[in-house]
Write a protein that binds this ligand. Structure first.
Ligand SMILES: Cc1cc2nc3c(=O)[nH]c(=O)nc-3n(C[C@H](O)[C@H](O)[C@H](O)COP(=O)(O)OP(=O)(O)OC[C@H]3O[C@@H](n4cnc5c(N)ncnc54)[C@H](O)[C@@H]3O)c2cc1C
Length: 456
């Protein structure tokens, strides 16, 4: 067992976060915004150096909104509605095999997506996204150290003890924390050292990703698409013929393709990459200039861990935060406990307001209807008893939050006397569809269970 005896240069923190990619930075921002002290390390010198992942779903955009970076992110993104579809063909100059509307850009998808979220699907190249997130993280009290790697991590009697190394100076020091978050991606040292198993398959595909500047306007702008799937007869790999992703219309792209490592490692010189691009895209215009910005080889994994929370967190704040950080956008219209809060526009003091801004991130909230007075009294009693913030929101026509458009009431399965408890991550925690004979006991039992407290 690790000891908590401090030595010089030891760091004491609430949460040690290993990794400063999208997940690590997101955790850093959200935890610091909640007043939780963090210490974040990353073995690389900085954030993602290339566009990598870029399709950003609406729920992620909602999280950016909560982090107050939605506006800055919007300055570096390309709206997916302008890249309306995905295209399949033998080459850019060859036969088009098909096209489909994607990511909510098609007219038939538009309403469905708009009903699910106030935010839009966007294309945010990861290098830009992480740059914005890092700036925002640094505006909090966060301590973030790049070029610093995790050497070891173990459970200590009162938390976690990590040993980390500054890769520049080679100096090692210890970090004492109450909790640890392993945001160190697929080949996680945290998961390995703490014995968390993964299921799935490693090395599903070996890929080359090349980030290129090439002006393809005359081949692509008349049929805007974000993904250009190349399919060539005889190539058995899924993306073997080359998947072209539009980073910035129409001159910044990534071209990805699969290779078989048993046949030897491919040539990744600029000349080889440009030749591959010319051939695979079918563009032989001698005036077309290519610039290779970066080439990366990577492997596709199919990994999942049963234990996403690597060191058990016990405070409500942290637990809700983790679920929040790993959520993804479900387009369903579910409204039972376990589902995400339905999106709706309401009116408050004659101004339009989003339900997302009524049920604020980081706080529980109880939604009641016009006959919800008994729930209001129960919530007041429980606020004092549990010392948790539990605001009550009346949402229905002509109540405090006026459901003028019937967007909320019309889609609910609870009546005027029922109540819905929303978790700090905006998932429905519990609901009572009608009046209850003992609202205090009903709500109390739900809250004690969610907070994992023993009812005395
Ligand atoms: C070339 C490339 C192209 C990609 N293209 C796409 C794409 O087109 N679409 C898509 O959806 N996804 C793509 N991905 C995948 C996408 O980038 C990842 O899913 C995403 O980055 C995962 O985010 P993350 O925060 O979990 O991990 P990462 O972004 O991988 O970050 C991991 C962090 O952990 C740190 N770290 C790792 N080990 C240690 C250690 N021992 N000590 C300290 N720090 C450590 C790293 O320094 C880094 O900061 C691509 C990935 C690559 C590499």
């Amino acid at each position: 067992m690790a000891s908590r005896n401090k030595i010089e240069n030891d760091i004491d923190t609430d949460v040690v976060i290993v990794g400063a990619g999208v997940i690590g930075l997101e955790m850093t921002i959200l935890l610091n915004d909640l007043g939780v002290k963090t210490f974040t390390i990353a073995r690389h010198r900085g954030t993602a150096p290339a566009p990598r992942a870029h399709i950003t779903n609406m729920r992620t955009m909602e999280i950016f909104r909560d982090m107050n970076i939605e506006k800055v992110i919007s300055e570096v993104l390309v709206p997916l509605k302008d890249l309306g579809s995905a295209w399949i063909g033998t080459s850019l100059t060859g036969l088009e095999l098909g096209r489909y509307s994607s990511y909510g850009a098609g007219d038939e998808q538009f309403t469905h997506y708009a009903l699910s979220s106030p935010c839009k699907m966007e294309s945010t190249p990861q290098n830009h996204m992480e740059g914005v997130m890092l700036k925002r993280a640094r505006e909090t009290a966060a301590d973030i150290r790049f070029f610093t790697e995790l050497v070891s991590i173990e459970q200590s009697p009162d938390g976690v003890l990590a040993r980390v190394r500054d890769r520049g100076s080679q100096v090692e020091y210890r970090v004492h924390a109450c909790y640890a978050v392993g945001a160190d991606a697929g080949r996680s040292t945290v998961a390995e050292q703490l014995g968390f198993g993964f299921t799935g398959k490693p090395g599903l595909m070996s890929m080359i990703s090349s980030w290129l500047e090439m002006d393809l306007e005359k081949y692509t702008s008349s049929q805007p698409a974000c993904l250009w799937w190349r399919m060539q007869a005889g190539n058995e790999y899924w993306v073997g013929s080359g998947l072209l992703l539009c980073i910035r219309p129409w001159n910044e792209w990534t071209l990805q393709w699969q290779y078989d490592p048993t046949q030897g490692e491919p040539d990744t010189s600029d000349e080889a990459i440009i030749e591959y691009a010319r051939n695979t895209l079918g563009v032989h215009d001698p005036d077309l200039k290519f610039r290779v910005k970066r080439v990366t080889k990577w492997q596709e994994y199919s990994w999942s861990s049963d234990t996403q929370i690597l060191v058990q967190l016990s405070t409500t704040q942290l637990l809700s935060l983790l679920v929040y950080a790993t959520q993804y956008c479900s387009m369903s219209r579910r409204k039972h406990p376990g589902a995400f809060l339905l999106h709706a526009w309401l009116e408050y003091k004659k101004c339009r307001i989003l339900i997302l801004d009524v049920l604020q991130y980081g706080k529980f909230g109880l939604i009641v209807g016009i006959g919800g007075q008994s729930w209001v009294s129960a919530a007041a009693k429980l606020r004092r008893e549990l010392e948790v913030e539990l605001p009550v929101h009346s949402i229905v026509k002509r109540c405090v939050y006026d459901d003028v458009l019937n967007e909320w009431t019309g889609r609910q399965e609870i009546n005027d006397y029922g109540a819905q408890l929303v978790r700090p991550d905006r998932y429905i925690a519990w609901r009572c569809s009608d009046r209850h004979s003992d609202p205090y006991q009903a709500l109390r039992s739900a809250l004690y269970s969610i907070l994992d407290r023993d009812i005395l």
